[in-house]
Ligand binder design. Structure first.
Ligand SMILES: N[C@@H](CCC(=O)N[C@@H](CS)C(=O)NCC(=O)O)C(=O)O
Length: 222
């Protein structure tokens, strides 16, 4: 039996939760190893050997180590083509290209403004950091423009890359979840197609498990 892959980092991290969603979607066994960011463990020499930028997640499969959550998701999908959700990263070059196109849109267009908003609206209050209203407004405007493009696209197809759920949709879940839990959920729900899409992708069993993991304390082995 294959040994479980290892994911290093807390599930509340958006990038870690992206990888967890992919592993659950692909039905791949994993071991989650907590990294206490509060204690700065992600900047310690041992962790930097796994992730040289001092960020979570890091990922290990047998003798290989990877970082960058989207690259890890692609690897998992390619390594386990015949288990779990078989079409998560497409089954032919055209499907893969379309998924990559929307994964890039997530990474390059959706993630920058939504990550600022996640930090400002969800994390800053918990960390007792003063919110920057100017930054919030500017990034909200940027995100609205991105979601207008999504609204049009999702009027043409059920999911971003076509009519099947894919890595491209999955990759949006972490930031969208945090924003949906703030008073900015309307950014998604006020757009008919985006709201419908959010309902579908956030209702997947894989993502519901990740949300549960985010609510639980880190494992004792951490
Ligand atoms: N592009 C990276 C981003 C990783 C990232 O920004 N991780 C955050 C947590 S979500 C982190 O480790 N932040 C701490 C830091 O940058 O010092 C990925 O997708 O893996």
């Amino acid at each position: 039996m294959a040994t479980a892959v290892k994911v290093y980092g807390p599930p509340m991290s958006t990038a870690v939760s992206r990888v967890l969603a992919c592993l659950l979607e692909k039905d791949v066994q994993f071991q989650l190893i907590n990294v206490s960011m509060a204690k700065g463990e992600h900047k310690k020499p041992d962790f930097l050997k796994l992730q040289p930028f001092g960020q979570v997640p890091a990922f290990q499969d047998e003798c290989i180590t990877l970082f960058e959550s989207r690259a890890i998701c692609r690897y998992i999908s390619e390594k386990y083509p015949n288990q779990g959700n078989k079409g998560l990263y497409g089954t032919n070059p055209l499907e893969k290209a379309s998924i990559d196109q929307w994964l890039e849109a997530e990474g390059q267009s959706f993630s920058p403004p939504s990550s600022v908003l996640v930090f400002q609206l969800a994390f800053a209050p918990r960390m007792k950091i003063k919110q920057d209203e100017g930054l919030i407004k500017m990034n909200e405007e940027k995100l609205k423009k991105v979601l207008d493009v999504y609204e049009k696209r999702l009027g043409e197809s059920r999911y971003l890359s076509g009519d099947e759920f894919s890595l491209a949709d999955l990759s949006h879940l972490p930031n969208a979840q945090y924003l949906m839990n703030t008073d900015r959920g309307e950014l998604f729900t006020s757009r008919e197609n985006v709201g419908r899409w959010w309902g579908e992708i956030s209702g997947r069993e894989s993502w519901k498990k990740v949300v549960e993991m985010q609510k639980s304390p880190p494992p004792p082995s951490a």
